[in-house]
Structures are given as structure tokens and as C-alpha cells.
Design a protein around this ligand. Structure first.
Ligand code: SDX
Length: 429
């Protein structure tokens, strides 16, 4: 990082020279870490202008609609690689060669089973429990089974925990669905690819042998790749903050899952499909566009807008291609929902409200259409997002823990509450 500096003159007249660092890509940063010594804090609710860490994993150019995993453009990775190669890349910084990939996949396969006692955790949930509630609980509970690999300062333990999480989340995610349906849990199959294995654990039945459709497997694998990581988004920041206290990785990922659940974040794919189903027909789109623009209405166009992208989300473009492929192979190319989505996108991209605010379709706009076409219920959409994002979360967590200067995250505040005052005894209150 090259050093520049920025001058800041405080009301007290103190002049500060703040170091600046230049990144390999993106915005320069101003180091304000010592500002507290001058008796002031910065103020940035929502971290609109704050770089909370240094990272080498993912880069987003919101203005140009660029997303790079370790420098590789997301559309190239989605076309040229599978999710295991992308997972290896995020964790290790380079794409694997054939031997490295084979070893990585073999290692993941050795950890896809979950402890039989974990299955009893599901019995405590009602069958209609939201699967994200189950995911938060069961993933957090994994730490109860792995005392042997929880020394986070031991690189081997970190790697083993990362492997266990990446390997087990599909198994747990599928168990959430099977439990909600009253179907028996399906064990992982090591001869299958990661995405094929997940769809098999989701939909195979003991009564007959049918393998997942290869087109659906490819679409599922691509969805995993597109959701794998995304810089310091809300849930990744949650994982980093939880991890900064030294909490074990299973608890940190459970915190990330909880954070992802919000409709403004990973819950948007479920909310988006519910919205498209509620719109139901292209004739009703104007009504919903008006509501999205109405400041007195809390309704927002789910799947639109992004904190960073002020251009098309590059993942949405890839997802849109996949949507057409999947709907064709599932015979749903005339699905009215797709018609609503395409017309909604067209109208919104022409409407001055959305154009002025640079609101474009994001990753969640088309993913729900694909997942629904594959046969995945809406309440499982964010579970799939969490499944895919686990590799990004553990990569970012590992990067943070390995950072020599890493310390516990502890933001300050702008306090506007009462100044010190005396307690009046209750008899006199
Ligand atoms: C994800 O951060 C990540 O990287 C997240 C993610 C990842 O991979 O981890 O990309 C995944 O979370 C994608 C985003 C999914 N969320 C949605 O689709 C929900 C709908 N979108 C909005 O909630 C919103 O766009 C956010 C939360 C995504 C971004 O909100 P910001 O950056 O805080 O922007 P804002 O709320 O300040 O909005 C700016 C303006 C406001 O209008 P004005 O006050 O300026 O008049 O745009 C308006 C907002 O009202 N606006 C919308 C809108 N999104 C923003 N108006 C209608 N519909 C929308 N969807």
C-alpha cells in the first residue's frame, strides 16, 4: 500500500495529518484509527463510507458492475469453473490444478456426514418452523460436536473447521427441507458432485432411484458460485465481528446466517419471489411500482437496489441466463412469474425514480425464479444463499484471524442520551 496523507483541521485548531493507503483496486482509504486521541470519533451509521478491514478475497466495483473473486471476474468463474474450484480459490487465493481439486473435493467428501445425534436436534422444531431458524440453531450447535478443532489460533484447526462447515451445510440444509416435508433424511453420496449431492439429499426418495437432472445440477452449482462471497456485506461483517472476539467458527457462521436472514439482505430472494407471486400478472406491475416509490409505504421492490452496485449486479446477468435454461428444461418457459419479472425489470429500468437512484436488479431478483423452477420452496431460498455463502464467510473469517494486527471489533457511538443525573428513591418518583 502506498502512503499518502489527508489533512484534517479540528474546531480546536489542531491540525491532523491522516495517513492514506492506496489499494490494488478501488478507493483510497484514510486511516482514522488514531483520531480518538484528539477527542473525536468519525460518524458513519451503516458504514456507507467505512472500510472496516483490509482484504484480498473479493473486489466489487459498484459503478461498473464488476465482481472479482481473487481477481477473477464472476462471469468467467460461473462459466469456466464449478463451485468446488471457486471454493478452493476463495480459501487459498489460487484456482486449483486437477490434483489439488481432487484432494480438496476428497477432503470435503470426508466431512459431509453429520453426527447422528445432530438429527435429534430437528425433533425439537415444529415441522412448519422456518428453515433459517433451524439452520441458525443447528449450525451453531456443531461447535458442541467438535471440541478437537476449536483452537482458532491453530491454522490446522481453522482449516479443519472450514472444511467441516463447507462440507456439512448442504447436508444440514437438505435436512431442514426433509424435516419440514416429513421425509426421511438422505445421507450424502461421495460419488456425486457437491451440487448434485445437495439436490439428491433434497429430493431423492427411498421408494425409487432417480438422479438429479444435470441441467438443474449445473444451475444449482452456478447459484452457489454466484453467492459464494461478496466483500464486507452485512452478514460477512457480522461473521468478522463475531470472530474478532475469538468465538469459535461454528458460532460465527451461525451469526452470519442470522444476519443474512433479513429481507434487506439474503432474505430478499424469498421476499422477491413472494412479491412476484403477489403481483401475479403484468397488469398489476404499475400498482407495485407506485408503492415502491411511495415514501409513506414501507414496500420496496425486492431484488432491486444495492448498497454498492449502482449498475447491473453482474450476478443478476448470469442468473438471468440460467433462469431461461432452467425454465426451458423444466417446461416452465411460459411461467407467468418469469413474464412478470421480465416486465417488472423493463419498467423499473425505464422509470426515472429507479434510474435516478441507480436501482438495478441484484443477485436476488432472478435466483428465486430458478430455485422455484427447480422445485425448491420459497422458505428454503435464503438457506441456499447461506449454504453458498458459507465458503465466503469462512474465507473472510480465516483471513481476519490470520491477520497479525487483528483485534476485537468495538465501535463507539454518538451519544445523545441523558447526561449524569441522580436517582430519585421510588417513594418520591
Ligand atoms: C444482498 O451488501 C451486499 O453485498 C449484499 C448482497 C451480498 O451478496 O451479500 O449483495 C446480497 O443483500 C442484495 C440486496 C438484496 N436486498 C433487496 O433486494 C431488498 C431491496 N433493496 C433495498 O432494501 C435496498 O436497495 C438495499 C438495502 C439493498 C440497499 O439500501 P441502501 O444502500 O441503504 O440504500 P437506501 O435504502 O438508502 O436507498 C437509497 C434510495 C432511497 O430513496 P430516497 O430516500 O433517496 O428517496 O433508494 C430507494 C430508497 O428508498 N430504494 C428503493 C429500493 N432500494 C432503495 N426504493 C424502492 N425499492 C427498492 N428496492
Amino acid at each position: 500500500m502506498t502512503e499518502k496523507s489527508a489533512k484534517l483541521t479540528l474546531p480546536s485548531g489542531e491540525e491532523l495529518n491522516l495517513a492514506m493507503y492506496s489499494p490494488s483496486e478501488g478507493n483510497d482509504v484514510i486511516d482514522i484509527s488514531k483520531l480518538v486521541k484528539s477527542g473525536v470519533f468519525t460518524y458513519d451509521p451503516g458504514f456507507m463510507s467505512t472500510a472496516a478491514c483490509e482484504s484480498k478475497i473479493t473486489y466489487i466495483d459498484g459503478g461498473k458492475g464488476i465482481l472479482l473473486y481473487r481477481g477473477y471476474p464472476i462471469d468467467q468463474l460461473a462459466d469456466e469453473c464449478d463451485f468446488m474450484e471457486v471454493s478452493y480459490l476463495l480459501l487459498n487465493g489460487e484456482l486449483p490444478d486437477k490434483a489439488q481439486k481432487a484432494e480438496f473435493v476428497d477432503n470435503i467428501n470426508n466431512h459431509t456426514m453429520v453426527h447422528e445425534q445432530l438429527a435429534t436436534f430437528f425433533r425439537g422444531f415444529r415441522r412448519d418452523a422456518h428453515p433459517m431458524a433451524i439452520m441458525v440453531g443447528v449450525v451453531g450447535a456443531l461447535s458442541a460436536f467438535y471440541h478437537d478443532s476449536l483452537d482458532i489460533n491453530n491454522e490446522e484447526h481453522r482449516s479443519r473447521s472450514a472444511t467441516r462447515l463447507i462440507a456439512k451445510v448442504p447436508t444440514i440444509a437438505a435436512m431442514c427441507y426433509r424435516y419440514s416435508m416429513g421425509h426421511p433424511f438422505v445421507y450424502p453420496r461421495n460419488e456425486m458432485s457437491y451440487a448434485e449431492n445437495f439436490l439428491n439429499m433434497m429430493f431423492s426418495q427411498p421408494s425409487h432411484d432417480d438422479k438429479p437432472d444435470p441441467t438443474l445440477v449445473k444451475a444449482m452449482d452456478r447459484i452457489f458460485t454466484l453467492h459464494a462471497d461478496h466483500e464486507q456485506n452485512c452478514s460477512t461483517s457480522t461473521v468478522r465481528l463475531a470472530g474478532s472476539s475469538g468465538a469459535n467458527p461454528f458460532a460465527c457462521i451461525a451469526a452470519g446466517i442470522a444476519s443474512l436472514w433479513g429481507p434487506a439482505h439474503g432474505g430478499a430472494n424469498e421476499a422477491c419471489l413472494n412479491m412476484l407471486n403477489k403481483i401475479g400478472d403484468v397488469s398489476r406491475i404499475p400498482e407495485f411500482i407506485d408503492r415502491a416509490k411511495d415514501k409513506n409505504d414501507s414496500f420496496r421492490l425486492m431484488g432491486f437496489g444495492h448498497r454498492v452496485y449502482k449498475n447491473f449486479d453482474p450476478r443478476a446477468k448470469v442468473m438471468r441466463e440460467s433462469a431461461h435454461e432452467v425454465l426451458a428444461v423444466t417446461g416452465k418457459q411460459n411461467d407467468p412469474i418469469l413474464k412478470v419479472a421480465i416486465e417488472l425489470e423493463r419498467i423499473a429500468l425505464e422509470d426515472p425514480y429507479f434510474v435516478e437512484r441507480k436501482l438495478y436488479p441484484n443477485v436476488d431478483f432472478y435466483s428465486g425464479i430458478i430455485l422455484q423452477a427447480i422445485g425448491i420452496p420459497t422458505n428454503m431460498f435464503t438457506v441456499i444463499f447461506a449454504l453458498a455463502r458459507t465458503v465466503g464467510w469462512v474465507s473472510q473469517w480465516s483471513e481476519m484471524i490470520a491477520e497479525p494486527t487483528q483485534k476485537i471489533g468495538r465501535p463507539r457511538q454518538l451519544y445523545t442520551g441523558d447526561s449524569e443525573r441522580l436517582v430519585t428513591p421510588i417513594e418520591k418518583r
